[in-house]
Every structure is written in C-alpha cells, then in structure tokens.
Design a protein around this ligand. Structure first.
Ligand code: GAP
Length: 482
C-alpha cells in the first residue's frame, strides 16, 4: 500500500471504507474457466432481431465500424451509464462531473502526445490494397485478418508504418491550414485542461475526481467483434487527482472499486479478471496500468483501463499553455502538481459484456405439461431495458383499461412496457429474451373479483398474486428501490 520512494501514506488520504483485498483481486487473473451459453453470432442475431443494436445506415448497406442502438439498446446503454454515475458520483462527495466539448483547441492534442504518438502500426497488402493492423495480422493466417479476396496465399504485406487514429476535421467554412481540429479520441483531456477551473469553482480539495461520460472517436484500422472495437463509441472516464506519493494506494483503491462495480452488476466472477500491463505495453503517460478484462466468446478482452497517469498530463498542459496547473494544499502548506489515477471504461463494450454474460437458454415447463426451450437475459434489474411489462391476458375491453391503469401506476418508478399483442406465453418469452425482470398480468379475476394482478419473476418463473394497491410497494421492495 505504500510508495517505497515516498513517505508512507497518511491515513486521511484514503476514505475510511477502503477495505479491498487486492491480493484476492490479483489472484483472479489466473482463473481462465469461463462460462457462456452463447456465441457472438447468437448475440448479434438477437440484437438485430429485437432492434437492440444494428448496423448504422443499414438501408445504404451499412458503414463498417458504426452501429445504431435501437430503443432497447439505447435504454441498456443509458442504464450502464446511470449505474456508473451512481457509483462514481451520486454515492460520493469527492467526484464532480463535467460535460465538455468534443472539439477542443488543437494544442490540447499536441501537449497530450496524441498528435505524435496516438498511432497503430498499419500494413497494406500489395495484392489487394487492403489495410490491416500490422501487430495483429499475420500474413497468410486467415484467423488473424480478413482478406477481401479470401485467397490468403496471395497476400503480400508491405512494411508497417504508423497511422494516427485521430479523426481530423476543419472548423469554419474553409478547409485551409490552421483550421484543423480533431474529434477527441478520449474524454480525459478535458478533465486535465479544466482542472484548475473545476477545482476552484467546485471548491474540491485534493484528493478529488472529475468525471465525464461522452463520445470519443478513433479511426480504428480494423473495427471488429460487433460493438467491441468501433470508430465512434462512448467512454466513462474519471480523473482522480491525488498528492504525489499517495498515487499507488489510490490506484489500488480504484482497481478494487471498479472490480466490485462489475461484479455487483452481475458479471460472473469467472468471466472477469484484472490484468496488469507489461512494461512495453504501457501508454506514454502511464506509470502502472491494469485492465479489467471480460472473457468474451472471442477472447479475454479489455473493458476498462485503470492507469496511474502520474503528473504527466497536468505538467504537459501547464507547460504548453503557460498556465499554472499546480495545487496548493493549505493543510500541509505544500504546492504540487497532482498525480492522476484514471479509471477509463467503454460504455459499448461494457454493455456488450453484460449482454453476453446474461444470455441463457433453459428448459421451461409448458401449459400442457411438457417443456420448451426459452432464451432469457438474466440482466440485473438496474440494467434491464424494461423493468416491468404489463400484460392484459387478452385485448378484452374489460381488461385493457385496468392494465393501462396499472402501467401508469408504475411508470414513475421504473421503465414499463405495456404489451397486449399475442398469446400470454409468447409475450412472456418476448420479455424474457430482452431481460425484463417482472411481468405483471391483468386477468378477469383482477377486474371482477380481487383487484389483484399476477407478478411473474423472469428467472424463477414463479408467479405471485399481489393486490394493485400494494403493487408499487411490492415492486419497490423487489427492485430495492425503497
Ligand atoms: N483515457 C484513457 C483511455 O482512453 P483506453 O484504454 O484507450 O484509455 C478506455 O480507452 C476504454 O475505452 C477502453 O477500455 C474501452 O472500453 C473503450 N474503447 C477504447 N477504444 C475503443 C473502441 N475503438 N471501440 C469501443 N470502445 C473503445
């Protein structure tokens, strides 16, 4: 926990609830026994069929590396962001949020090192002119790249050159020199550039964090694996500013916090691991980084990087802008440039991991006493696009008004879908497949007799009779909203 080159960590630098056992976290890095009920093809097919995620500009043939989130996908993504904001902002008082501009002064990207160094090695095939990541594509090996001609024996890769991943565009009506700007490739830089302003106006004292959720853009050479590697994506990043010397303990702390977040929201433990970066893998700004990785059907792959960025960024921006980005610690009568610990996660990848992990196929009993296969997403209710489906047994005139009244009763507290199309069995399956935790059925007893509804649990398929009066409180309790 202590930095051997610095005085030992003072207890007031860490919040009291810090109890993480990092040894346990690291031990999980060796665990490779994952569990999946699915393949990527199945997930892509489900997402397309249910309008969760589908190709961008599909009617024009699509655009590689660009995807659209339909109604259920947009809700899932919102819920991921909401869960992140709740844990990073709402439940703490030492992190504040910003929403910065995507277009920034070009000097930001020079000072940050992105203009010079945010590159991937690119190679071009002399036979078909297709371009690939030189560090990922092995000439002639079909498992490592997609040859457009599909004749891998004819491939002839040229020498690798560095390709900058930033998208460039122009501000103003002309494309003359000096008008170039970049679409941000990470949300992080605004948190450094705005550090002094935000610290002063929010009256935060180091240690504290600035968080942001928003779009980033990277001109990836080979976007792949559905929404895993794309050219336009959302990030959830937080820069936590600490006293030099306290950085390593805070790094451990944030690794533990973020690990717990993924498990708390339901990722299966055997499918998540923490992998420290090797020295030759570290970004130019980082002293130590670990990745939170998920065991996707295609490979263990990064969901989030948690980096110790030292004072690299504040120092670089301080020097390039001529502004003082140091911090005066009144209690210690000490001035320093804060070190930064950065948990940086991708919304799209995280949503994909939750989808893959939640996917199950099970045997379910039928009304006639047999069994049938049912597909379900065992999503945590905080992530499920729809929380409660309200289903009248049929479109009968007596049932519909009551069912609509029940739906209205619940709308303020969670996401409700009213559905009266098809047999009740089919409607249950439809809701299971998109992860709706509860179905509420209105039948003839409801309107003629007991003013009660049937609440069906997605995972156990058990059904409980609950009076309409008690339904909001009942669901609050089941959803832990109370
Ligand atoms: N500020 C540090 C930073 O941007 P990063 O590891 O390059 O670090 C953070 O990105 C996260 O953003 C990744 O862990 C990943 O979840 C997401 N991400 C990065 N590139 C992505 C891409 N091309 N497609 C989808 N998500 C991406």
């Amino acid at each position: 926990m202590t930095d051997s080159t610095q005085p030992s960590l003072l207890p007031e630098d860490l919040p009291p609830e810090f109890e993480a056992d990092l040894h346990e976290v690291e031990a999980d890095a060796d665990d490779t026994a994952g569990t999946h009920d699915t393949t990527m093809e199945t997930i892509v097919e489900l997402c397309k069929r249910r309008g969760i995620i589908f190709q961008s500009s599909e009617i024009y043939g699509g655009l590689r590396g660009a995807w659209d989130f339909g109604p259920l996908g947009a809700a899932l993504k919102d819920n991921v962001k909401q869960a992140w904001k709740r844990s990073m902002l709402q439940l703490r008082d030492d992190v504040v949020q910003i929403d910065a501009s995507i277009l920034m002064h070009p000097k930001v990207w020079e000072a940050s090192g992105h203009v010079q160094g945010f590159t991937d090695p690119l190679t071009e095939c002399r036979t078909c002119n297709a371009r690939f990541r030189a560090d990922q594509a092995v000439q002639g090996d079909a498992s490592t790249y997609e040859c457009p001609r599909s004749d891998y024996s004819l491939c002839d890769f040229g020498p690798a050159r560095q390709f900058n991943l930033m998208f460039q565009t122009h501000v103003g009506p002309t494309q003359e020199s000096g008008s170039e700007v970049w679409l941000r490739p990470e949300t992080a830089q605004a948190m450094f550039v705005d550090f002094a302003h935000v610290q002063l106006t929010s009256r935060q004292k180091v240690p504290f964090g600035i968080a942001q959720v928003g779009k980033s853009f990277r001109n990836e050479i080979t976007p792949r694996n559905f929404i895993f590697r794309v050219r336009e994506f959302e990030q959830m990043e937080m820069e936590f500013f600490v006293r030099p010397g306290a950085d390593e303990a805070w790094h451990d702390y944030w690794i533990a916090q973020r690990w717990n977040w993924y498990l708390d929201l339901g990722l299966r433990r055997e499918n998540v691991r923490i992998r420290p970066h090797a020295a030759d893998e570290l970004s130019h700004y980082a002293k130590h980084t670990v990745d939170v990785e998920y065991r996707f059907p295609f490979a263990w792959s990064e969901l989030e990087g948690i980096a110790n960025r030292t004072d690299f960024d504040l120092t670089a921006h301080g020097q390039a802008s001529g502004k003082d980005l140091s911090y005066y610690d009144q209690a210690r009568d000490e001035r320093f440039v804060p070190y930064v610990v950065e948990p940086a996660a991708g919304v799209d990848r995280t949503a994909l991991a939750f989808l893959v992990d939640a996917y199950r196929v099970e045997d379910a009993p039928t009304a006639s006493g047999g069994t049938e296969r049912r597909t379900l997403l065992k999503l945590d209710h905080r992530l499920a696009p729809i929380t409660v489906a309200v289903l009248p047994l049929s479109r009968n005139d007596k049932l519909v008004p009551t069912a609509k009244h029940v739906a209205d009763l619940l709308r303020g507290r969670c996401t409700v879908q009213y559905d009266d199309a098809g047999s009740i069995g089919k409607r249950y399956r439809r809701q299971d497949e998109v992860g709706t935790p509860f179905c509420v059925t209105v039948d003839f007893d409801t309107v003629e007799d007991d003013q009660a509804v049937t609440v069906r649990d997605r995972d156990t398929m058990t059904q409980e009779r609950v009076s309409i009066d008690r339904l909001p409180a009942y669901l609050d309790e089941r959803l832990d909203l109370g």
